[in-house]
Design a protein around this ligand. Sequence first.
Ligand SMILES: Nc1ncnc2c1ncn2[C@@H]1O[C@H](COP(=O)(O)OP(=O)(O)OP(=O)(O)O)[C@@H](O)[C@H]1O
Length: 770
Amino acid sequence: MQLSTVDSNELKSEQTRVDHVIQKIEAQANHTQKLVDQAHSETRSVESNYSQNAKINTFEVDDRIETNAEVQQQKGLVARAVENESILKRQVATYKQLQDSPYFGRIDIQDPGETDVEPLYIGTASFADEHENFLIYDWRAPISSIYYNGTLGNVSYQTPAGKMNTDLVKKRQFSIQSGKITNMFDTNETVVDEILQEVLGQQNDTYMANIVATIQKEQNDIIRDTTSDLLVVQGVAGSGKTSAILQRIAFLLYHSRTSLNADEIVLFSPNRLYSRYISDVLPSLGERNMRQITLADFLSQRFQGLNVETVFDRYEHNSNMTGADVELAEFIEGPDFMRLVANYVNNLSPDKIQFTNVMFEEKPFFKATDIRKIYTDLPDTMRPADRFLKTKNTLIKQLKKRLDEEANADWIHETIDHLSNEEYNDLIGKKRLRAFESYDDEIHYLGRKLAAKHFQVVYDALFNNYFIDVYSQYVSFLNQVEFPKTVSSAAKQKNQFDFQQAIEYHRLRLMDAAPLLLMRDLFTGSGRNRQIQHIFIDEMQDYSLAQMMYFKHAFSNAKFTLLGDSEQALFKNVEAPQILLTHLKEAFNVKKANLITLNRSYRSTYPITSFAKKLLPDGDQIQAFNREGSLPSVVIRDTVADGNQALIAICKKELQTYGTVAILTRNMTESQHVFENIHRATNANLLSDADLALPKGVLIMPIYLAKGLEFDSVIAYNISQNNYPDQSSTGILYTMASRAMHSLTLLSIGAASPLINEVVNDHEHLVQIK
Ligand SMILES: Nc1ncnc2c1ncn2[C@@H]1O[C@H](COP(=O)(O)OP(=O)(O)OP(=O)(O)O)[C@@H](O)[C@H]1O
C-alpha cells in the first residue's frame, strides 16, 4: 500500500474548499426549497380537480376502455404534478446530505496534450455552481470510475463517446462529517483500509447504508457491468453482495436515465425484514427504490385463492423428508422438469387438454366439449397460446351476442321499469350526455348493461382463463412424465396424491409452483411481463433452478443479476458457482454471462470471520478484513434453566456496548421458547415473517429471517449436538456466525455440535470458552 498523510497546509486549503462548496450548496438548497413549496400548492390544486372529475364506472365491459381513458388522463396530470414535487424534494434531500459531507474523493488528472492538472471531487451526487462549474462529480459519472479502478499513472475510462485515456496524478480520500474533514489520505489504492475500518467499526444503525465512498475494486466490477445479460455473483458472507446490488441499481438508473426507471427493476428479496432493511440505500443516493417482492408474495399473487407453501414453511415442517422425497423434489425443481413441461404443452393434442365448463347459476354456460371444439377447429400449426387466445375471443364474442339477446328479455325490461331515478341515472352514466337516437336505443343500452352485470361472473371466468383446469392438466402431465429410474412407482403415486390433496385444501406445494406456472402461461399466453428490464435475485442459493427459469420466462426482456453464497444454503444443497453458472447459462439461453467471485468479507471483525470460515470445509478462500475485536465465545450449560440464565446475562452485558443484540435460533418454535423464557428480563422482541421493521435492543428470530441482515452482537442459540448433529447443518451455523459485526457468542445446552467442537479443538486460539 502506498499511503501518505497530507500536510497541515493542504488540510487547511481542502477545508477552505469544503466550506466554500457547502456555502454554495446551502444557497441552492434554500432556492430549491422555495420551488418545493410552489410545486406543493400546484399538486394540491390538480389533485382536488381530479377527485371532482374522475368518476369511475367499470361494471360494463364496453365502458371500461372509455372510462379508463378519461381516468388515465386525469391521473396523468396528478402523477406529473406529484412527480415534479417529488423530484424537487429529492433534490433538497440530496443537498442536505451534501451539506453534511459534500464529497469523499479527489482525483487529479492530466489529459493528453494538456499542461494543467485538473482536480475533480467525487461525491454521492453532482453539484455545479451558477457558472456550470462542477464542484462535485457524481460517483457514477464516467470519469469517477478511475477513482475506484485506477492506480496512479495512465488510466482509461468508458464514456458514451468511447474509451478515453488520462493520466491519474493524485488520488485523495476524505472522511467529512458535519462539514469538517476528519480524515484525509493520498493513496494509489481503491480505498485505504484505515477509512474502511472506520466505516465498518461503526455500530449498526438498524438499516443499511450506502457504501459509495468505499466501494472496492471487485465490487465496482459488479456495479458497473452494463453488458452482461446474466451476471452471477458468488460472494462469501459479508462480502458486499447486497450492497453491490443496490449501488448497481443506482448506477444503472443514472446511466440509463431516459430509458430505465425504478419501476422496471425488480428485486427478489429473501424476506420482508430484509426489504425494509435495505430500503434507505437508494433514497440516500437520490434514487427511487426499485420494486421489491419476496418469492412467497410473488407466488401468492400468481395463485390467487391458493395458499402456497413458502420456503420457510418447508424448512419448518419438512426436516424429516426422506432421501427418496428429496430426490423426487430435486427432479421436480430442476431444469429438465421445466423442459418436459414445455414439451408437453407444445405437443399435446386438443383432446387431452383439460377444458372445463364455465358455470353460471350452477349450470354450464359454456360446455367443455364446445370449448374443445372451438380450439380443435383452429389450425394445428398455431402455438397453443395463440390457439387458446383465439378460443377465448370466440367465447367472449358468443357471450356478447348472448348479452345483446338478453338485453331484450322480459325480465330485463321489467327490471328497467322498476329502477329508481337514481339507479337509472347511475346505470346510464356518462352516456346520457350523448343523445340516443331513440328511446328504444336507450332501453337497449340499459338492458345490455343490466345483462352484462348479470353475466359478469361468466365474463370474469373467461377473462381469468378459468375454462382450462391447469391443476388436472398438471396431474395428467405427472402421470405420463418419465421420472428418473431411481424414483419408485409408489413414490410417484404418492407425489401425485399429495399434490391433489393439497389442491383440494386450497394449498400448493412450493415445488409444484414453477412448473405449474409455466404450464399455465404456455397454455394461456398470460403471465409475462415484458416491461421489466432488470431482475435481481439476492440469496439465489435459496431458489430452485426451476423457479429461476420461470422468472426468465415471465420477465423475458430482463437482464438478470443473481447473487448468493453457496455456503449459506439453508434449504438445500447447492452446486459450486461455476456449475451453477453453466446450468443457468443453458437454462437462460443468454449470450453474455459473467461470473464474479467475492472472497473478502467486510462485515465482521477479524476474529469473527476467522472463526466462521473454519466452520466450512473450503473456508480458506475467505479473506477476513482486518478489524480488531474480541474472540467469539462458546458458552456451554447443562440445563435449559442454566442456559436461560446465561443467555439473560449475556444479553444484558452486550446491551451495555451495543444497540442490537440478535438471538438466532434454528426455527420458529425455538425462537418462541427463548422469547417466553427471557423477554421479561431482557425486553426482547420476537420477530416473525410478518414483521416489517427492525427495532433496537434484543431481537429473537429463526435464522432464515436473519438472511441478508447483520447485527452488532449475535448470540447463536443452542448450537448443541442435538440441534446440529452433522454436516447438513454447516450452512446454518455459518450463516448464524456471519451475521455478527462486532461480537459473537455461541450458546450450547449440553454438548456442543461436532461442527463447533472441531473448530474449538483444532483452532483453540480462535475462541474463548466460558
Ligand atoms: N466497500 C464497502 N465499504 C463499506 N462497507 C462495506 C463495503 N462492502 C461491504 N460493506 C459492509 O459490509 C457489510 C456486509 O455487506 P452486505 O450485506 O452487502 O454483504 P453480503 O455479501 O450481502 O452478505 P451476506 O451474504 O452475508 O448477507 C455491510 O455492513 C456493508 O455495508
